[in-house]
Design a protein around this ligand. Structure first.
Ligand code: XIL
Length: 689
């Protein structure tokens, strides 16, 4: 029933919830279908709020952001155009009149003015124990699904509509009104295809007893005559009702212009010759959000696709490659002057079922690996300068750190990495090829030491490996403890130094710092210091030229879905406002820039300053995070023209800033006071550095 007059506003068109892309069977997603991906756990855990509500932040964030007009990000992020202008762009999208009656609405019977539920369908997973069960009926002018038996997950009971014809490169406005018999988190998504079906745009929504309007705009990239809308609702017994469901094409939203909020006046990318900052982005969320796009283009030098290059998505059928999402990201990056990191080529996770279900021997799986590298790296040859060739291949097996037991290793053998790198080098001899892993940042850590041994051995044997990606996923625990979660910066510096000694580059590739809930100022301080310290270590290392954040903001984070007790991992918050870590990192950059003569010279962006070798320590930090200043591999002065990233950034010979001081760093005090956060001095934490 269309109850209110103009209940819809173009408000929440940027995406907000934990997002993952994964393949799942039509109408019947089950844990098995999703278990290959870390995101699967994420989705499953994100469903937990249905049962208890403890983790309701994801849903809360979703509904909050979708209901708020984006005005907040505008000022704080320094967006001169801000969300409102983008919203205006959206309003120009030709959606006049009431959404429920829009001539362009692709949804038939979205207002439930009669008792007919057609063409909506219900699905209840009857393969779980106990089986879920639902009835679907129009009640009080709303489409209501009553779960008489709940499922384990939100996707155990679904209300959906199929056969929606979507156009490629078209923005769509999605709106619906949702209510429930009690507070519960549901999942809304679009999916492409019928069989096979793949989730595409996924959002968590907090439903309450009061009907509320939820709206999104998203960019569809494919021609798809059989797209679906689905509402996954079935984690517990009860009722969810929907009304006024709209899916209609709208004009491309305007991208707001960007002004950096950094007090230095310079965005991260201004310092690209010191260290290139990157961020991971996910389709279609990223491309759908003008505000998000604007910040990424305004601040960063490179992007990594968070999911679109994973094997399940880019080679969903053997030998059939789907470049759609990655092509769109690559085109966006090119248009905005950002570099691109290929990620990942060979990984055991987020793999297609044809791979995991197949029967392979060494030769046939090697052929599959080569064909995948040909298909992906070959498609982008010469375009992406950096590639994660092998991802996360080292693990503890029976108490020993060795090659992880994966389909690749176990079928091909210990030399699968050698073969992958050699083949990748043959396909694109100019690409820089990386091994990428987590928890390998600190020298002395058993896994880190094993990876160093493996990489050293590869180098010695002439395998074409250029670098190692330190993923950089760290955390503070819910109780505020930093044990295990905050790395020792000197150990990271020492690790970078030993890689420099064997002429191997290090990139920070997936940095985030998740906070155990609940969020408080003390945890924010620890996070702020972590980001700034790690950036400083990278700046100081002659062989660390790139630092990528694993996602821009808490609004589109992979963390709450994967680590249910954690959130707030990123440098921008859920409203896309910069957090204290942003200004802290920016000040680290400003000091580094000053040593190369950059800071006072806004016109000098993109150059390394050229005064190579000025070098000397500036405000010695004292704990040795900078002990590698003279490490092998330091380029001589004036090396910026070589094109080698580490050479370009290392003119200063390593500036020693105060990040590792056992006393509180001055920049931290100023950042926190600037942002109104009380400085709580906790010597035990400060002493960690
Ligand atoms: C994560 C994505 O961010 C999620 O959206 C997805 O559900 C799972 O994968 N190490 C990696 C990344 O190399 O590719 C992972 O990305 C995070 C861990």
């Amino acid at each position: 029933m269309f109850a209110t007059s103009r209940a819809f506003k173009y408000a929440g068109f940027f995406s907000v919830a934990a997002v993952g892309l994964w393949a799942a069977p039509a109408r019947a997603q089950n844990a098995g279908g999703m278990s290959g991906a870390p995101g699967a756990g994420g989705i499953s855990s994100a469903g937990a709020p249905n049962l208890g509500g403890a983790g309701s932040s994801a849903g809360g964030a979703s509904s909050g952001a979708s209901g708020q007009s984006g005005g907040a990000p505008n000022g704080a992020a320094g967006m001169s155009g801000g969300a409102p202008s983008a919203a205006a762009g959206m309003n120009g999208g030709g959606t006049s009149g009431s959404p429920g009656t829009s001539a362009t609405n692709l949804v038939t019977n979205g207002t439930f003015d009669t008792t007919s539920t057609s063409p909506w369908w219900g699905y209840a997973n009857d393969t779980i124990d106990p089986p879920a069960a639902q009835t679907l009926a129009v009640s009080d002018g709303r489409l209501c699904s009553t779960m008489t038996a709940g499922g384990e997950h939100p996707w155990d009971v679904i209300v959906g509509i199929s056969g929606l014809a979507l156009l490629p490169n078209q923005y769509y406005h999605v709106a619906f009104s949702v209510s429930a018999d009690a507070d519960r988190t549901i999942k809304f998504k679009t999916g492409f295809g019928d069989v096979p079906y793949t989730d595409y745009f996924l959002e968590s929504v907090a439903a309450t007893t009061t009907p509320q309007v939820v709206e999104y705009t998203y960019l569809n990239l494919r021609s798809d005559p059989m797209a679906q809308l689905q509402f996954q609702i079935g984690g517990s017994v009860g009722t969810v009702c929907l009304d006024n469901i709209v899916l209609e094409p709208v004009a491309t939203p305007a991208t707001p212009s960007y002004t950096t909020p950094a007090t230095s006046g310079h965005p991260f990318k201004y310092y690209k010759d010191v260290v290139k900052m990157g961020t991971a982005v996910d389709t279609p969320m990223f491309l759908s959000s003008p505000l998000h796009n604007s910040i990424v283009a305004g601040e960063f030098s490179m992007i990594t696709p968070a999911n679109s290059m994973k094997m399940n998505l880019i080679e969903p059928t053997q030998g059939v490659f789907d470049y759609t999402d990655t092509d769109a990201l690559a085109a966006w990056a090119k248009a905005n002057g950002l570099e691109f990191r290929g990620h990942p080529l060979v990984w055991h996770t987020q793999t297609p079922s044809w791979l995991t279900d197949g029967t392979w021997d060494r030769d046939s799986l090697t052929a599959v690996m080569y064909a995948h590298i040909d298909g992906v790296l070959g498609h982008y040859v010469g375009q992406f300068p950096y590639w994660d060739v092998v991802n996360e291949a080292i693990d503890q097996v029976n108490g020993t750190w060795t090659f992880r037991s994966t389909i690749w290793h176990d079928t091909i053998g210990d030399d699968f990495m050698d073969l992958a790198f050699a083949h990748a080098h043959m396909v694109d001899p100019n690409a820089k090829l990386f091994y990428n892993d987590y928890n390998i940042e600190q020298k002395g850590n058993a896994k880190a030491d094993k990876v160093f041994e493996v990489v050293s051995d590869m180098k010695t044997r002439g395998i074409p490996i250029d670098g190692v990606g330190f993923q950089g996923h760290y955390y503070v625990q819910p109780d505020g403890s930093t044990s295990g979660g905050v790395p020792n910066m000197k150990a990271i510096a020492d690790n970078m130094a030993r890689y420099a000694a064997i002429n191997v580059e290090v990139h920070i590739t997936e940095c985030d710092f998740r906070i155990g809930k609940p969020l408080d100022d003390s945890k924010t301080q620890i996070q702020t210091k972590f980001y700034a310290d790690l950036l400083q270590v990278c700046i100081d290392a002659p062989n660390c030229s790139h630092f990528t954040l694993w996602g821009l903001s808490d609004a589109d984070s992979w963390v709450p879905g994967t680590f249910p007790d954690y959130d707030y991992a990123h440098v921008w918050d859920k409203q896309l406002m910069p957090k204290p870590a942003y200004e802290a990192m920016s000040q680290v950059f400003a000091k580094a820039g000053a040593t190369t003569g950059m800071a006072g010279a806004p016109g000098a962006a993109g150059t390394s300053g050229g005064s190579g070798g000025s070098g000397g320590a500036v405000g010695s930090g004292g704990t040795g995070a900078v002990s590698n200043a003279g490490a092998p591999g330091v380029a001589g002065s004036g090396a910026s023209s070589s094109g080698h990233p580490s050479a370009a950034k290392k003119d200063s010979g390593g500036c020693s800033l105060a990040s590792s001081s056992t006393d509180t760093a001055p920049w931290l005090v100023s950042v926190l006071s600037l942002l109104g956060i009380a400085m709580v001095r906790r010597r035990s934490q400060r002493a960690r550095a």
